[in-house]
Design a protein around this ligand. Structure first.
Ligand SMILES: Cc1cc2nc3c(=O)[nH]c(=O)nc-3n(C[C@H](O)[C@H](O)[C@H](O)COP(=O)(O)OP(=O)(O)OC[C@H]3O[C@@H](n4cnc5c(N)ncnc54)[C@H](O)[C@@H]3O)c2cc1C
Length: 440
């Protein structure tokens, strides 16, 4: 991965009050800060480590509508529009480009599944289509690709994650948002049954509303406040290459396949990974929420690896602390899990076999990130039932770089009581209540 680009946090002392406090400086938190600052709402964003140092700089950089759960498509359409608008207004080239996205199908079943998704594309005016055999061969620069089909969406986009979110955060500051790094929020403060502020490691801040956009940390944060959130974290690994040989076929945007997916980088190399391949570390919460997650695990058992991770009682395994003690957020400023070396060796082999564009490229670096995932892999963006003043924007489930600006905007609208840009119903927190009741 590339380190997130330098970001100069707001210089003044922590304010005693803001209209809205945002917990987390990833794409969702920064998206919320942008939306609030644009509306003239006073906003403080607290990031325990560095802006975008966790998932938001570790992802592949795909900003796509293709293949999404239909429940996400209205919000993703909003998010795409925000990416286009902000990319033109930033002080930095974040590598945002419309390159299109193609997914190759290695089995007839996969091709049928992708083709069936075109119904949703039509419903949402997305120009996706299945490619012909000749187009697939052209894309892969081969006579016979052996593929059973491919779906392609010409208006999907990409950006450089390490540049994008820090630049968006600077833009939020220029609009009036206050952003603090090295500032963990330890607990929520409450008056009369509603949220009245946050206790940070540097002292209290009063506010009317809090938006929790803490990525993988959202679940332990809420558990400490006595609120159950069905969300687990899976470790996902990726690698980057140096530039390909000068005479290799030019990159054709983002290309995905079961074995390996690639994205051309601004530095001439490629980011390479395998969609869905991840390791679920068995923290205590994994047992508490096992029933809710069983269908997802059954669907993905071939690619999700279960293991007793080092984190059983590690940062994401803790869920009880007081406001006057050092919390896991301060003990681990940046969650930087080790990449799965064996998986990456296999992904790299498959990638070289699949994509002639990679010929001659050197594997440069592997890394991993902790993805926060919900049982149905659709985010939770909602006010917390029974605790007015708290809005959650989390569980972006491995595809939140693209969706994050929309998720942040929706969270901002829920926090201020403004009419939401899309219906929030698909993202309600209580949609998992039925499975919780069955488990009880
Ligand atoms: C390897 C990999 C590849 C991916 N590829 C893609 C892709 O191509 N396209 C796509 O759309 N998505 C992708 N994703 C998913 C995407 O990166 C995430 O969904 C998205 O970045 C989540 O953003 P977030 O703001 O919710 O969380 P994060 O980026 O994790 O940010 C949460 C922040 O909250 C901070 N925080 C937590 N608790 C506290 C606290 N108490 N006080 C203060 N700060 C706190 C953390 O330090 C962190 O910085 C990928 C993810 C990974 C790991």
């Amino acid at each position: 991965m590339s380190e997130p680009s330098p970001f100069e946090a707001s210089p003044e002392a922590l304010p005693a009050r803001a209209d809205v406090v945002i917990i987390g400086g990833g794409v969702a938190g920064v998206g919320a800060a942008l939306a609030l600052a644009e509306r003239g709402v006073s906003v403080l964003l607290c990031e325990k480590g560095r802006v975008a140092a966790e998932q938001s700089s570790r992802n592949w950089g795909w900003i796509r509508r293709q293949g999404r759960d239909p429940r996400e498509l209205p919000l993703m359409t909003e998010s795409m529009a925000l990416w286009r608008r902000y990319a033109g207004a930033l002080d930095t080239d974040i590598g945002f480009r419309q390159t299109g996205c193609t997914y190759l199908c290695t089995t007839p079943a996969e091709a049928a599944e992708r083709e069936a998704w075109l119904v949703h594309a039509r419903d949402h005016d997305i120009p996706s289509r299945m490619l012909s055999r000749a187009e697939i061969s052209g894309l892969l620069d081969t006579r016979d690709s052996g593929m059973h089909g491919a779906i392609s969406t010409p208006d999907d986009c990409l950006a450089e994650p390490s540049l994008a979110v820090p630049a968006l955060a600077r833009h939020a500051q220029s609009l009036g948002a206050t952003i603090f790094e090295g500032t963990a929020v330890r607990t929520l403060m409450r008056i009369g049954g509603r949220v009245s502020g946050v206790m940070t490691e540097h002292g209290p801040v009063a506010c009317d509303a809090v938006i929790l956009a803490g990525g993988a940390w959202s679940r332990p944060f809420l558990e400490n406040a006595g609120i159950a959130l069905p969300q687990l974290a899976v470790r996902s690994s990726a690698l980057r290459t140096g530039p390909a040989r000068a005479n290799a076929a030019p990159p054709a945007g983002m290309i995905g396949a079961g074995g390996a997916s690639i994205r051309p980088r601004r530095d001439g190399g490629y980011t390479v990974g395998r969609a869905g391949a991840a390791r679920l570390d068995l923290v205590p919460a994994a047992f508490r929420h096992l029933f809710a997650f069983l269908p997802m695990l059954q669907k993905r058992w071939r690619i999700v690896d279960l293991g007793l991770g080092r984190s059983f009682f590690g940062p994401l395994g803790h869920h009880r602390w007081r406001e006057d003690e050092v919390t896991p957020f301060e003990q681990m400023r940046i969650l930087d899990p080790a990449p799965d070396a064996r998986l990456l060796t296999d992904v790299w082999q498959k990638a070289q076999a699949l994509y002639p564009q990679l010929s001659g490229a050197e594997k440069v670096q592997g890394w991993a990130g902790m993805i926060d995932v919900t049982p149905d892999e659709v985010p939770i963006i909602d006010g917390v039932p029974g605790l007015p003043g708290l809005v959650v924007a989390t569980g972006l489930s491995g595809h939140g770089f693209g969706l994050g600006l929309g998720a942040g905007r929706l969270a901002a609208e829920l926090a201020t009581g403004e009419a939401p840009c899309v219906t929030p119903d698909p993202y309600r927190m209580n949609r998992f209540a039925a499975s919780r009741k069955r488990a009880a």
